[in-house]
Design a binder for this molecule. Structure first.
Ligand SMILES: Cc1cc2nc3c(=O)[nH]c(=O)nc-3n(C[C@H](O)[C@H](O)[C@H](O)COP(=O)(O)OP(=O)(O)OC[C@H]3O[C@@H](n4cnc5c(N)ncnc54)[C@H](O)[C@@H]3O)c2cc1C
Length: 455
């Protein structure tokens, strides 16, 4: 039987689609198979009652634009300037820093000298990556650059994204969030919403003769004589010499290949990975009289002890006070639906907690708390839908984990090349580090380049 496809890609997340885009542009016949009816995975949008929302990622790093340029695609975007309002002990910090930061930091109790010292240390870190080379964990870098308690607390926000405890987060996270690793210091929002990103990648695949099929699930990766040979799908068997999985390293190793051809050592390594915490979202529409700031996309609420809160969440307990974010991309794009802005509140579920009733109650509490960062928020609310982590799997079609492999000093992620010929894994669960949209895109690009150059 003639092989119709050179390469099969399991999953139309950003890693899979980016690999597919580069490979099809290089002349390979690519087939992407997606189990959901919408592509993009944890970077995609959904609509309810006429309101549309990003169900996963909603802010993007400028570094990703280089990849699109290589694919000859432009992304219409608005810079979002990382407009974070962090409320901690009633204090506000607005990012990106400008002259206002001096006033804000002095309200944290910092003298001009202390502010200057902090500025110099941050510059050293960001320009020379100084401290993160010297310290093993992210919280140690934070201790080294900031003396002020409120500031240290705020800088620990990375634990929200890395999926790991603050004192187990590797120090490279400091440069990832505050430095220039992928360009999260200059984030953007795509006009048309998060879905625009996977849609553009899919366009490249199709323009170059590839296919993206939805509503088909891959059930098995065939391995013959320690070599990838094709896949079994819900729609039949498909042969190919190269298989790229975007379904996550653990799913690839333990479900799709059933560990066939993989050493015990490799399987043990992958088994040790812990997932990050799961996210719940409250999708909302609210009247314009809520006190949002035009151009401010992301608001954060920080409890007074971020480290204690993350320990409680990782121990499976509800903390006394939450970290949560409210994203309002409409304030950046100027879009309105029925005279309303849409906004998404995200809050983390304690590890293992899947009692829907309890989570819904916590969601209502978080809505009350949102008034602390967006005045009048609750009063101006006209529509809401709480989607728990369980609903994410059942209704939206993916796990609401920001980091399906928590990035921790206790283990290192594997690269995209699997120890089986012709089998690769891309996306946030493999290297490069970061576990975000930018790292997934980068993993797809690197994987494609390796396949092309290995011929
Ligand atoms: C709530 C939330 C908020 C986030 N916010 C941000 C943010 O603001 N900025 C940021 O940079 N990152 C953010 N992230 C992280 C970011 O979304 C992810 O890191 C990135 O999108 C993951 O891409 P991926 O390549 O790993 O693929 P995934 O998104 O994991 O996609 C994998 C795809 O494979 C499909 N699939 C799986 N198994 C099969 C199978 N057997 N057969 C067929 N198809 C299959 C799935 O349906 C899915 O579409 C967020 C994540 C979440 C959950």
């Amino acid at each position: 039987m003639n092989k119709v496809y050179d390469i099969i890609i399991i999953g139309a997340g950003l890693g899979g689609l980016t690999a597919g885009a580069f490979l099809s542009k290089a002349g390979k016949k690519v087939l992407v198979i997606e189990k959901n009816n919408i592509i993009g995975g944890r970077c995609s949008s959904r609509a309810w009652d006429g309101f549309s929302f990003d169900v996963g990622a909603d802010y993007f790093a400028k570094g990703m634009l280089k990849t699109f340029a290589r694919l000859d695609k432009d992304v219409a975007l608005r810079p979002i300037g990382f407009s974070v309002k962090s409320f901690n002990k009633g204090k506000v910090m607005t990012i990106p820093p400008g002259l206002h930061l001096i006033r804000e930091l002095s309200e944290f109790g910092m003298s001009k000298k202390e502010i200057a010292k902090f500025g110099i240390r941050m510059m050293k870190e960001i320009v020379f990556k100084g401290y993160s080379k010297r310290y093993k964990t992210n919280d140690r870098v934070i201790d080294a650059v900031a003396d002020n308690d409120i500031l240290r607390n705020i800088l620990n926000i990375g634990a929200f994204f890395s999926g790991s405890l603050p004192y187990k987060m590797p120090s490279y996270w400091f440069n990832l969030l505050f430095g220039r690793t992928y360009g999260y210091d200059f984030p953007f929002y795509p006009m048309g919403g998060a879905q625009r990103i996977p849609d553009l990648l899919s366009e490249v695949i199709k323009e170059n003769g590839g296919e993206v099929r939805t509503n088909i699930s891959v059930e098995r990766i065939h391995i013959e004589r320690n070599k990838a040979a094709g896949v079994k799908t819900s729609d039949g068997e498909i042969e190919a010499d190269v298989v790229i999985s975007n379904s996550g390293i653990q799913d690839t190793v333990f479900n799709l290949t059933k560990g066939k051809g993989l050493s015990i050592e490799f399987k043990d390594r992958v088994k040790r990975y812990k997932p990050g915490l799961l996210m719940n979202s409250i999708f909302t529409a609210f009247k314009m009289d809520a006190g949002i700031i035009n151009g401010a996309h992301l608001y954060c609420y920080f409890p007074d002890d971020v480290k204690k809160m993350f320990s409680a969440l990782h121990n499976g307990e509800f903390p006394d006070d939450y970290i949560f974010t409210v994203s309002v991309p409409d304030a950046v794009t100027g879009k309105r639906t029925d005279g309303c802005y849409t906004g998404t509140i995200k809050f983390i579920a304690p590890r293992g907690e899947n009692n829907k009733e309890i989570i819904l109650k916590e969601g209502d509490k978080v809505i009350e708390m949102a008034d602390r960062i967006i005045p009048n928020f609750k009063k101006s609310l006209v529509w809401k839908k709480i989607v728990t982590s369980e609903d994410y799997e059942n209704e939206i079609g993916f796990e609401s984990c920001i980091a399906p492999v928590a990035e921790s000093i206790e283990y290192k992620k594997t690269g995209h090349r699997m120890p089986i010929r012709g089998l690769y894994c891309v996306g946030a669960t493999v290297l490069p580090n970061g576990g975000c949209t930018a790292s997934s895109v980068e993993s797809g690009r690197r994987c494609a380049e390796e396949i092309i150059s290995s011929e």
